[in-house]
Structures are given as C-alpha cells and as structure tokens.
Write a protein that binds this ligand. Structure first.
Ligand SMILES: [Fe+2]
Length: 308
C-alpha cells in the first residue's frame, strides 16, 4: 500500500463513573465532551469513511477505576473507525488492561498500516516496580498519577527493538507524555533525554503524537514533529491565556514519511473561550501545585458560600 494513512487522535478523555460530578470547577463533563467530539468527528465530510485508525493517547479514565474504563470502552466502540489506546498517568496498569478490551477497541503495542509502523508507548513504564514474582506493577499510592513521563530501560529497549524489527519504512510514536514539554509545571528534562538518546539511534522515527498537557500544540524535537492533542477534561491556550473547548486532532501520514496534523476544537456555548486568571497561570508556571490550587479554590468556594 502506498497511499496516505488517515488517523484521528483523542487524548485525555478522563472518563468518570456515570453521573459523577466533574471536579472542582476546573473540569468539563467528559461524557458530554466525548459526545460532542464523537459527533464532530463523525460529522466531518468523509471522515468516518476515510479514517484508517483512531488512537487515544491516555488518561482514558480520570482515576484509573474499572467502571470508568467500562464507560470509556463503550464510548470508544461508537467511534467511526477501529480504535487503539495507550495508557497515561491517570491509567493504572491492571484496570486499564482489564477494562479496555472490546471488539473494535484494542491496546496493541504495534500497529502497522501501509508503509507506517505505529508504536504505542507506555510513557509511565519507568515508574513500574517488580512485584514478588518479578512482574512490573504500578508503584503504590498515587505516584503514577503525578508522573510527567518516565520510559525506563525496559520500555526504551522495547522501543529500540520494535523500531528495528519493523519492516515498515516509517515509524511514528503514540504516547501520553510528549517529550520536550516546555510548560514549567509539566517539564521533565530526564524524560526528554531518554527520548533524545533513542532518536539518535532511530532515524526511521518520524514524529510523536501525545497529550497530557491539555494545551494543544506542535513543536519539534531533534527535527521530528511533536503533536499535542486537546483534552476532553479541560483545555487551555497559553498565548493568549484562555480556556479552550474540547477537541481532537486529525493526521495524514504520507508514503514519503511526512506527517501533517490539524487541531479541531468543538466550539460551543458550553465551553466558551474565556480568559483564565492568575491562579491557573501560576499552576502552569510551576509556582503552585495542583493540591494548592484545589485548596485555594475550595477556600474561595467556602467563602462565597458564607457570604451568600
Ligand atoms: Fe490528562
């Protein structure tokens, strides 16, 4: 096959249990956002018919719970092309694996389409620890939730092995944590260095598609494009500083190894593009943590309640 491969990417769907409230004034109703994105994707002229694959790059569930995966799997099965999913820092390994399988929705690690090999990388793999049987498992507590990316030797060796073993002309990496993020709150130079070392040896890797930041964008690492998808939980632009609607990306993978991608945002009165304030800016700049932000928001809500 030598034709263009067309892919759509969703990321950071953050599914909750049925009827659960979105968090603390800083999150959209992700069931509602998913329905809007699904309809937008299906409604684009020719999209349903011409997509080869839909990828979901992690943070499928908001808290990595089994019921959240059940709803996510049911929702992904409604999308207009085969779906393949990789995990994010909100996806705990065992419930993710157990909850995602369903006809038409997979967690394959390598998918070859035409002249392209797509690698689906677990960008939290470096946090895994061996259990008594030597099997890698998530670290205890919420450590995975707060990860900004870590490949570790095992996942790096897997990427190296798969990129070398594939007979496809071109390789593209789907993963949750895009390397070389510059937003201070999420920046992780050790993780970027892991990717720099791999890219030096893997000339057939043509680029990356990730999520995690909830700030859609596009930049380069070692001459390869890095595409960052919108989230369905909440979404931001830093220039200018505004909230953005939920959305997704589409891609065209060409036989010559080039990749182009577009962001699609579902503009609607439910998700106005309003400016955000100093508090969120402080979070992105790394001046306050998520926990501190939540405390401040809760204090303000309580104060507003007292004065009502
Ligand atoms: Fe996320």
């Amino acid at each position: 096959m030598s034709s263009t491969i067309r892919v759509a990417q969703l990321s950071d769907t953050h599914f909750l249990e049925e009827g659960a409230e979105p968090e603390g004034g800083h999150a959209y109703d992700t069931t509602e956002a998913f329905a809007a994105v699904r309809d937008h994707l299906g409604g684009r002229a020719g999209t349903g018919a011409d997509l080869d694959l839909i990828v979901v790059t992690g943070d499928v569930a908001d808290h990595g719970r089994t019921e959240q995966y059940r709803l996510a799997g049911d929702a992904f099965a409604e999308l207009p092309a085969p779906v393949n999913v990789c995990p994010g820092n909100h996806d705990f390994d065992v419930p993710f694996g157990a909850g995602m399988g369903r006809p038409g929705v997979g967690t394959s690690r390598v998918v070859e389409v035409g002249s392209w090999a797509f690698l689906f990388v677990d960008s939290c793999a470096g946090m895994m620890q061996p259990d008594e049987a030597g099997c890698p498992v998530d670290p205890p507590g919420e450590a995975r939730l707060h990860s900004n990316g870590s490949l570790g030797d095992r996942e790096a060796a897997w990427v190296r092995g798969m990129a070398a073993a594939s007979t496809a002309e071109h390789v593209f990496v789907w993963l949750h944590h895009p390397p070389a993020v510059t937003v201070p709150f999420m920046r992780n130079d050790d993780y970027t260095d892991e990717w720099r070392a791999l890219l030096a040896d893997l000339p057939r890797v043509r680029g990356f598609g990730g999520g995690h930041t909830h700030i859609p964008g596009e930049y380069e690492l070692e001459g390869r494009p890095v595409f960052v998808a919108p989230s369905l939980k909440n979404n931001f632009s830093l220039e200018p500083q505004t909230w953005l609607p939920p959305g997704y990306r589409t891609y065209r993978f060409e036989p010559d190894g080039s990749v182009t991608s577009e962001v699609h945002l579902v503009d609607d009165q439910r998700w106005p593009r309003r400016p955000f304030g100093r508090l969120l800016r402080s979070l992105f700049m790394g001046e306050i943590t998520h926990g501190e932000l939540a405390e401040i928001v809760a204090r303000r809500a309580a104060a507003a309640g007292d004065s009502a």
